[in-house]
Design a protein around this ligand. Structure first.
Ligand SMILES: Cc1cc2nc3c(=O)[nH]c(=O)nc-3n(C[C@H](O)[C@H](O)[C@H](O)COP(=O)(O)OP(=O)(O)OC[C@H]3O[C@@H](n4cnc5c(N)ncnc54)[C@H](O)[C@@H]3O)c2cc1C
Ligand code: SF4
Ligand code: SF4
Length: 411
């Protein structure tokens, strides 16, 4: 067994950071990512700079992706999952690669397949040009579209008869960087997500901005003029049993609002909140600046219903006046938070690791948040609990240091 080979599960910012750190220390890394693209959730985010950088961290993901893809010590396994793992003098791991359907060696990234099938959701597009190939076949849609798919690629890179394959790998240590699942806002039924077209989530907002270059209303593509953000959607919610603060939704809502206002000073933005979470040294000063441009209302709306022109009426309780209030907006953004990855239970059983009471991976040593009950397995990023991009990178750096010590590379 190669004693200096490390397996990283999850190719988001945490997994990529750990991979790069370990490769720079001279180790070989297998980076296993279950989706067709590296970068995790954060590769979808847009720059939130105004006349200055607001330190949202989005650009660091793109930079890390470049470093990982170009690193010959890192082998990236896309659309791949761990089938079995055994621990005897290191780890013996079987990985499963479901049929990819697109041959990365033949695909030229021309995008013809995507243009033809994007409306049907049959071909998916990655968020970064550094992903190769940039396109993937949506496995859930392949059965009924095999004939059409066969003909579309001029390079012959799409093969609908592709089948799953398995590979046996070994690793002296493992890093679990499987990330989080965003809160599904449909669970807050009174907000009408997926029923009212102009109620979107924070994640939808990023995707819309990336696709259109501006914040277009889903109903008619017009630039939104009067926007409400509702904070703590899915987090700090006793009814849902989610008592934790996700840490990231206040900063992303405020930075997004500031960056939108910078581009369109006439934009009307209101943030409905319980408490604004102060994260980081410079955040309190930034929050003070935001108060000049953004209206903050300390109340969480009760419900939302549609009115003419697909606008939205919001009902809330004015705590200062002690009266119910109604106000209309043309776009409502639900600031969804970080939930444990919905697959944490099977992954934890596969690896023999414990989860904490909320469902995130439990660190075994209170003073070392990357530790697990299994000496050769480390946790990195939001798999362990809510974190922003910078904190996920720092945590992954600590996990990589733990691996290097465990393998005797450093003291
Ligand atoms: C709406 C929203 C906006 C945000 N905006 C910001 C922002 O502006 N700035 C900021 O700093 N932070 C922001 N965040 C937080 C940011 O998304 C996280 O800090 C970051 O994505 C964490 O990275 P990660 O690698 O831990 O997890 P993820 O990004 O979730 O990546 C995990 C990766 O592991 C893969 N994976 C999962 N399970 C498996 C498996 N079994 N096998 C193989 N691979 C697997 C996933 O496919 C994914 O690629 C935001 C979060 C949300 C919800
Ligand atoms: S605002 Fe965010 S993406 Fe833009 S330069 Fe600053 S950190 Fe990078
Ligand atoms: S960061 Fe803000 S919006 Fe998110 S859960 Fe914490 S307090 Fe609520």
């Amino acid at each position: 067994m190669d004693s200096k080979n490390v397996m990283i599960i999850g190719g988001g910012i945490a997994g990529m950071t750990a991979a790069r750190e370990l490769a720079e220390a001279g180790l070989s890394v297998d980076l296993v990512e279950k989706s067709g693209f590296l970068g995790g959730h954060a590769i979808q985010y847009t720059c939130k700079a105004t006349s200055e950088c607001l330190q949202c961290g989005a650009c660091s993901v793109e930079k890390m992706l470049k470093d990982v893809v170009g690193n010959d010590k890192i082998t990236v396994h896309l659309s791949t999952e761990i089938e079995t793992i055994e621990n005897s003098n290191g780890y013996s791991i079987k990985i499963k690669k479901p049929a990819a359907f697109i041959d990365a060696k033949k695909c030229t990234n021309c995008g013809i397949c995507y243009e033809k099938f994007k409306e049907d959701d049959l071909i998916l597009q990655g968020y970064s040009k550094n992903n190769t190939p940039l396109y993937a076949v949506n496995r859930e849609k392949i059965e009924e579209n095999k004939i059409a798919l066969k003909e579309v690629c001029p390079e012959g890179a799409i093969s609908v008869s592709d089948t799953a394959s398995f590979e046996d790998l070994t690793a002296a240590a493992v890093v679990v960087a499987t990330g989080f699942t965003p809160f599904n806002p449909e669970r807050k039924g009174t907000y009408g997500y997926n029923r009212f077209s102009n109620v979107i989530s924070g994640l939808d907002l990023e995707r819309i901005k990336r696709r259109n270059g501006f914040l277009a209303r889903p109903s008619d593509g017009a630039a939104a003029q009067k926007i409400a953000f509702i904070q703590c959607v899915g987090s700090r919610d006793e009814n849902l049993g989610n008592l934790w603060c996700s840490q990231i939704c206040c900063p992303y809502a405020l930075r997004t609002a500031e960056s939108l206002k910078h581009k369109n000073p006439d934009l009307d933005v209101t943030i409905f909140y319980m408490d604004i979470q102060n994260t980081g040294k410079s955040f309190p000063a930034f929050y003070e600046t935001c108060k000049d441009d953004i209206r903050f209302i300390r109340s969480i709306p009760v419900d939302i219903f549609p009115v003419e022109n697909d606008n939205l009426n919001m009902r809330l309780f004015d705590e200062t006046e002690g009266t119910p209030v109604m106000e209309s907006f043309d776009l409502v953004v639900l600031s969804i938070g970080i939930m444990p990855n919905s697959e944490n239970k099977p992954i934890s059983e596969l690896l023999g690791l414990a989860l904490d009471q909320d469902g995130f991976f439990q660190n075994s040593d209170a003073l070392n948040k990357t530790s697990t009950s299994n000496d050769g397995i480390f946790i990195a990023g939001t798999a362990q609990g809510p974190k922003n991009i910078a904190a996920s990178m720092a945590h992954a750096g600590q996990a990589a240091s733990g691996v290097l010590k465990y393998l005797g590379v450093t003291e």
